[in-house]
Ligand binder design. Sequence first.
Ligand SMILES: NC(=O)c1ccc[n+]([C@@H]2O[C@H](COP(=O)([O-])OP(=O)(O)OC[C@H]3O[C@@H](n4cnc5c(N)ncnc54)[C@H](OP(=O)(O)O)[C@@H]3O)[C@@H](O)[C@H]2O)c1
Length: 329
Amino acid sequence: MSKIRWGVLGVAKIATVKVIPAMQQSDLCEITGLASRTAEKSRAAAEELGIANSYGSYEDLLADPDIDAVYNPLPNHLHVPWSIKALEAGKHVLCEKPIGLTSTEGQQLVDAGKAHPQLKLMEAFMYRHHPQWVTAKKLVKEGGIGELRTIQSFFSYFLSDPDNYRNHADWGGGGLMDIGCYPISLSRFIFDAEPTSVSGAVEYDPNFNIDRLASATMDFGVGTSTFTCGTQLTPYQRVNIFGTTGRVEIEIPFNAPPDCPCKIWHETAAGIEEISFDICDQYRIQGDLFSEAILNNTPVPTPIEDAVANMRVIEAIVRAGKAGVWEQV
Ligand SMILES: NC(=O)c1ccc[n+]([C@@H]2O[C@H](COP(=O)([O-])OP(=O)(O)OC[C@H]3O[C@@H](n4cnc5c(N)ncnc54)[C@H](OP(=O)(O)O)[C@@H]3O)[C@@H](O)[C@H]2O)c1
């Protein structure tokens, strides 16, 4: 087998606009199937995207023996249930972030993964695979900013559509689940540790009852990380990583564009160096790395337990916001 045959659950925007077109460029991935709850919807989308097979239910896709791996971009409340069904159907699973509604639910997926040790399972935090993040991490690790002391991140957009699952509390909506998960993930990635305690100021939308503005501090013992995320704000994203002698700034940290070079800045006493990266698609790299792990039977780049650890931090920030005190993670 030289290419992994992928099936996609749901005609999700992220899948049709970004992930499928990126993975179709890969030498290791073939998108062979697309499923929807509506046969006509998956047929039309499959035709448009040049995908050979479409299915009128997610069950039908999972029953197809010619699919090796499943990409799950369903709304957050369906991540764990459908990822477990996919594992039970013998498919490798790449599941969108955040891993589920709670860390307890996420742990159920981890346990399901352990019950199927021959199958690969990973949360789709694509940003980590972009060379700009690989380089930022290397710079920090090799002392390029001295001692790592603090990280500052911002991620926002404006979304008032009541039909979008992000504005449904029961479906895992809210800014912390949708975008706050990125600053948490990258801070744990760069510190290579878990925060011990967090504080948070969290404001809820009075109609949707989802968090629409959250500012949090994570204490990593050796340093801190602060971030703000908002779902009713002007769109913006930026990350700054500060050390005792230098700084790394990532211009477009999360939605790195696939059609123009990305850049980061490395500032030291010697000045500011701009580091530019060749055009690449982080979703393609993610698909390549996951497919490689299947083909070579090697570990996936990020173990699934990482997803549960990330969710624990989200939960602690929610608790801290409600209690108005620091919370242990
Ligand atoms: N990694 C990234 O860069 C990134 C970016 C954006 C989003 N995401 C993640 O990807 C996931 C999907 O986001 P999205 O914005 O692409 O979602 P979306 O466009 O709303 O699509 C979600 C799909 O889920 C299916 N679905 C099944 N049950 C549903 C229900 N009860 N309500 C609504 N849809 C239902 C629908 O497909 P059918 O009708 O065809 O069955 C729908 O098209 C989320 O988990 C999000 O966090 C990741």
